[in-house]
Design a protein around this ligand. Structure first.
Ligand SMILES: Cc1ncc(COP(=O)(O)O)c(C=O)c1O
Length: 377
């Protein structure tokens, strides 16, 4: 079955015995035990919950994966993934990684006995030069906010040869556009708050993987750290996923139209999008179904980013992405504020950089809004 059909129907089994056409919301936190020493499938909601389980099965199905776990946020999923590493290990992150993930590495790794390094380009990383303590790579492709693309399959091969675990944060793509596990990654994390939820009203995360032993550890951590998604949010997320493919097709088409406008506009100095740049585009086309709906750009010298941000009428100025409504964000002061100014400069995140997350609005309306606002900037 194709993605769109699976997104709507899941495996159909979770509701077999009742005939409900949607999953039920099980709000109970505790489940009666039949007898002393005897347990049923569900005992306590932090461990398992039928509504969350239905969502997790669907997430795994959509990713062609064996296991999926739903968390209370994307950062909870990332936190759980980092807990799988042993003390003394070093994790490589792309230098365009989400600011919250960088904050985790720079502020929390120390107390976990972990180290990190930032890598500018994983496509050219020389594995022979790596320190011996590297145990993990945590990567976003396309990256955030400069939309740089990494060849995931090639990196996975090299990482595995060196005994390094590869985790991909696939938030910008979703399993509809890109499946890192089938490209060779070991684990995939999501801020499901973004495209999976799609309506700016659910905070959620997911971790998807195939390895049985690691999945056992993730299950233990989810129960022990106490960070799973609530049943009500799990229901809402499953509902949102049914329209994921439709939303993303529309968002990608709208984004491509906005990119075309920006690329030739005299008030725009540079545009960043996975279809731009020969190598970027070639890799993206080979490993994914589309270019996504997030783009960044820098205005020409003399233009005022604040005038652009506040001049837009269809784009809310807000620090997120992936929803049906279009958003504009200023990475230097929002998503990447946890980077020092020097690090931002090194990573190419200029103060004048603006990021757009394109929604499902009418294409012409979006183009008119962007064009009219550029004239004023
Ligand atoms: C790429 C990426 N990964 C992870 C996260 C963290 O997700 P959450 O906000 O759901 O905790 C975000 C949030 O913006 C993100 O953009």
């Amino acid at each position: 079955m194709q993605f769109t059909t699976l997104a709507v129907h899941g495996d159909g089994k979770t509701r077999e015995h009742t005939g409900d056409v949607v999953s039920a919301v099980h709000l109970a936190t505790a489940y009666r035990q039949p007898k002393l020493g005897e347990f049923q499938e569900h005992v306590y909601t932090r461990g398992t919950n039928p509504t969350r389980l239905a969502l997790e099965k669907r997430l795994a199905l959509l990713e062609d994966a064996r296991y999926a776990f739903a968390f209370s946020s994307g950062m909870a999923a990332t936190d759980t993934a980092f807990h799988l590493f042993k003390r003394g290990g070093r994790i490589l992150l792309n230098d365009n990684v989400y600011g919250g993930t960088f904050r985790y590495a720079s502020k929390v790794f120390g107390s976990m006995g972990l180290f990190y390094d930032l890598v500018a380009d994983f496509n050219t990383l020389d594995f022979d030069e790596l320190p011996g303590d590297v145990s993990g790579i945590f990567l976003e492709s396309p990256s955030n906010p400069l939309l740089r693309v990494t060849d995931i399959g090639r990196l996975a091969e090299k990482a595995h040869a060196a005994g390094i675990t590869l985790i991909v944060d696939n938030t910008f793509m979703s399993a509809y556009l890109q499946k890192p596990l089938s490209l060779g990654a070991d684990m995939v994390v999501y801020s499901a708050t973004k495209y999976y939820a799609g309506h700016s009203d659910i905070l959620a995360g997911a971790l998807v993987l195939n390895d049985e032993e690691k999945a056992g550890k993730v299950k233990l951590l989810q129960n022990t750290l106490g960070n799973p998604l609530s049943p009500a949010d799990a229901y809402q997320l499953e509902r949102s996923i049914k329209t994921l493919a439709l939303r993303m097709d529309r968002q990608c088409a709208n984004a491509a139209a906005v990119v075309d406008l920006l690329k030739t506009h005299p008030k725009v100095r540079q545009v960043f999008y996975p279809s731009i740049g020969g190598e970027n585009r070639r890799i993206q086309e080979a490993q994914s179904r589309g270019f996504g709906a997030v783009l960044s750009f820098v205005l020409s010298d003399g233009c005022d980013p604040a005038r652009f941000i506040h001049g837009l009428s269809l784009f809310d100025f807000a620090v997120s992405l992936g929803s049906v409504e279009s958003l504009v964000c200023h990475p230097a002061s929002q998503t990447h504020e946890s980077f020092t100014p020097e690090l931002r400069k090194k990573a190419g995140i200029e103060d004048g950089l603006l990021r757009l997350s394109i929604g499902i609005e009418d294409t012409e309306d979006l183009l008119l809004d962007v064009e009219r606002t550029l004239e004023m900037a």
